[in-house]
Design a protein around this ligand. Structure first.
Ligand code: SF4
Length: 390
């Protein structure tokens, strides 16, 4: 029997999640969403975890949608008190046809000059393409797609069974092409890479190739996590529909684990994706959207370079001490209110060393990065991402 969807309007008191600083995967500092529950109902969705989902029964997740009817007003009020930075927003599940709250929230971002980051499993996002173009024109933004396979991958139809209520991936790749043609940064979020379904060489290659062929500039990837009621739900799905995979998942996700527990090299898949991205001329990291003329553009670009270096070191299994030094320096520079270029022009390397948590060794790394940026030669020129090495 087909289950009907129930919509439950309510008026929350707040809507915006605010990070202390931008995160190093998606570069967003803020996030705000209009619905709880998702009609796409992907079987692996982490939003079924108790901490994200307010119902006892995770089977309700795709069929009982909480609608934050005051979402645009809440967003306007929250953003009016905050410095401009990237807002993750937009939820184009079928509920959006009826309520249009994602659209209204984008209108608020446009009105207030905030750039947006929209991650989608639906081509319905194209309904608001004109609006997204306006936002992107004012403040560089990103619209990208959840894609964990591609139509010519041998495992495509099995992967589809894990997200059967979502629009087919062909439509998402076609939408990506339109977003790229509109001049908006786009790419794929290959999350989660489901063991035994998405982690084959053929599936990884097909996903990266389809992304590159449809105008995507990046594929960022991460593994599956399982916790509490979401874990029970997922194992129930496996037993009913993918019994052949149960032994593999029981081995990789023993009781009490969150991410996969692998005995071999934990970064082998990420390195394979990196190599594939190089082959197809795209990146395995999302380029950081930065507003031209942003007074802290240079700081942000340096943080991006340091974070990319952290990721490379993780893939190379570098020492945790070294990784920590880069990560701390990235956070310190993100938190520095003054323009790094001004500090360096006024005080040279000593100025960089004086930033808390940077220190002598990292000051040299930062100086080396700065030497590649024309802003130091042409003081007021805005920083362009094209100058920055990938
Ligand atoms: S589209 Fe995203 S939020 Fe919705 S069910 Fe799938 S993974 Fe979860």
């Amino acid at each position: 029997m087909v289950r009907r969807t129930e919509f439950v309007p309510y008026r929350p008191k707040t809507i915006l999640n605010k990070g202390k600083r931008a995160d190093h995967w998606f570069w967003s500092r803020y996030s705000a969403y209009p619905y709880k529950g998702c009609m796409h109902g992907c079987e692996f969705c982490y939003c079924r975890e108790e901490k994200y989902y307010p119902y006892d029964d995770p089977r309700d997740f795709a069929y009982r949608i909480l609608v934050k009817e005051n979402a645009p007003e809440l967003l306007r009020r929250a953003l009016s008190r905050l410095p401009v930075d990237l807002v993750m927003t937009g939820d184009y599940q079928p509920a959006e046809h009826k309520f249009e709250l994602s659209r209204k929230m984008l209108e608020v971002c446009l009105e207030m000059g905030f750039p947006v980051s929209v991650l989608e499993r639906s081509p319905l996002v194209l309904r608001d393409l004109a609006l997204l173009k306006e936002i992107n024109h004012q403040a560089p933004s990103v619209v990208f797609f959840s894609l964990i396979s591609a139509p010519d991958s041998p495992s495509y139809e099995r992967v589809r069974q894990m997200e059967a209520l979502a629009p087919r991936m062909e439509k998402r790749y076609a939408a990506m092409e339109q977003i790229a043609e509109a001049g908006i940064l786009t790419g794929a979020s290959m999350m989660p890479i489901l063991p035994g379904l998405c982690d084959t060489d053929e599936n990884l290659e097909a996903t990266v190739r389809w992304t590159a062929e449809h105008g995507g500039k990046f594929v960022i990837a991460a593994g599956l996590t399982l916790a509490d009621q979401q874990r029970d739900y997922f194992f129930r799905v496996l037993r009913e529909r993918f019994p052949d995979l149960v032994p593999l998942y029981e081995r990789l996700y023993p009781t009490g684990s969150y991410g996969a527990v692998r005995s071999g090299d934990p970064h082998a898949i990420a390195r394979c994706i990196r190599e594939l991205c190089r082959q197809y001329g795209i990146s395995d990291r999302m380029p950081r959207p930065i507003i031209p003329g942003d007074k802290r553009a240079l700081n942000k670009r340096v943080v991006e370079a340091l974070a990319n270096q952290v990721y490379s070191m993780e893939l190379e299994n570098a020492s945790s001490q070294r990784i920590w030094a880069y990560r701390k320096a990235a956070w310190a520079i993100e938190d520095t209110p003054q323009d790094l270029g001004l500090i360096y022009r006024a005080m040279g390397r000593k100025g960089l060393e004086s930033i808390e948590n940077v220190g002598q060794e990292m000051a040299q790394v930062v100086e080396d990065l700065l030497s590649r940026v024309p802003i130091l030669r042409q003081a007021q020129e805005p920083v362009s991402s094209e100058w920055w090495p990938p």
